[in-house]
Design a protein around this ligand. Structure first.
Ligand SMILES: [Zn+2]
Ligand SMILES: [Zn+2]
Length: 350
């Protein structure tokens, strides 16, 4: 089916309106009319081919929410009109050990990403949520239980939400634990809300004094300005988990120093230029670890959506028409957004 979309024809071209084809739903497929799509940093990196290997035309977007508009004959979990979401994955091999454990994001045969992955569908690679509709295998579709009026602000949970929720769960954030969140942007603001809702003592780290009030409003119990050496020194050896959302190259020792014995620094951003090599001493003397984590599997993403619905957690967003996407990317690069842009997909018809 011909579908309106917004994408780029080359790395150096602005995004523009285009028509794409979506497959006719197969027996296990769900067709979704997209209401809103969040804007992730990965969209910008991919559309501008900053990570290399971008396939054009490129239609980004992997924070998708909308309504079911058709289902295949074998689809049992969804019906017409259901409010659903699609995140970063639309398929995986379904038989490797990671897939068997519901950890499709670590599929050993490479998962199919929502955009820029090879697929038999036209034009040979997946096209994302900056579009009117998408057709996805039912296993990769998520139920949304938030009230309708929150739907736009739910979209960022599908990437920013699960990217922070999954490591907080894995390393057991909760009551009695002290959790640090480094960087208060699209990911970090979700991390603060989720860690707080899990019952952890939540400390936000920011480089700017101006974000102190904002971080407290998001639910942080304490805020530390990371450029202030005295403030940092007072936190030494006290953290169970520090979730570092900053993708720019920086000194990791500043944070491993703050871990208690057996504490973990978890990285979720991939820096363009490597971080300076961390001090092994900080790791050995208190048996601390530096770890990484990537999005989440389908079961955990559903668990996160249900947790956020129950705790009334959504992202803080600024809604834009799709025609403003290049302006939004420029503002994102300057961290000039609180805290996530979300596209109103009705604007595709404008
Ligand atoms: Zn993303
Ligand atoms: Zn697999």
């Amino acid at each position: 089916m011909t579908t309106k979309a917004y994408g780029a024809l080359a790395a150096d071209k602005p995004l523009e309106s285009m028509d794409i084809e979506r497959r006719t739903p197969g027996r296990h497929d769900v067709q979704i009319d997209i209401a809103y799509c969040g804007v992730c940093h990965s969209d910008l990196h991919t559309v501008r081919s900053e990570w290399a290997g971008t396939l054009y035309p490129c239609v980004p977007g992997h924070e998708i929410v909308g309504q079911v508009s058709a289902v295949g004959s074998n689809v049992k979990r969804f019906k017409l009109g259901d409010t659903v979401g699609v995140g970063c994955l639309v398929d995986s091999c379904q038989h490797c050990p990671s897939c068997a454990e519901g950890l499709e994001q670590y599929c050993e045969n490479a998962f199919v990403a929502t955009y820029n992955s090879r697929t038999p569908d036209a034009p040979g690679h997946t096209l994302g949520g900056y579009s009117q509709r998408i057709v996805v295998s039912d296993k990769f579709v998520l139920k949304i239980r938030h009230p309708q009026e929150q739907l736009a602000a739910v979209a960022p949970l599908l990437c920013a939400g699960i990217t922070t929720y999954s490591p907080l769960r894995h390393w057991q954030a909760g009551p009695g634990k002290k959790v640090g969140i480094v960087g208060i942007g699209g990911l970090g603001h979700m991390g603060v809300k989720i860690a707080h809702a899990m019952g952890a003592h939540t400390v936000a780290f920011t480089t700017s004094e101006s974000k102190r009030r904002d971080a407290l409003d998001l639910g942080a119990d304490e805020v530390v300005v990371s450029r202030d050496a005295d403030e940092m020194a007072r936190q030494a050896g006290t953290f169970d988990i520090i979730l570092d959302t900053v993708a720019a190259s920086h000194d990791l020792d500043a944070y491993t120093r703050l871990l208690k014995r057996d504490g973990t620094l978890v990285l979720v951003g991939v820096p363009e230029h490597a971080h300076p090599s961390p001090s092994v001493g900080n790791l050995i003397f208190r048996r601390t670890a530096i770890a990484g984590s990537m999005i989440g599997g389908l079961a955990e993403t559903q668990e996160m959506l249900d947790f956020c619905a129950e705790k009334n957690i959504v992202a803080d967003i600024e809604m834009i028409p799709v025609q403003d996407i290049d302006k939004a990317y420029e503002r994102m690069l300057k961290s000039d957004v609180k805290y996530r842009f979300v596209i109103d997909n009705a604007s595709l018809l404008g």
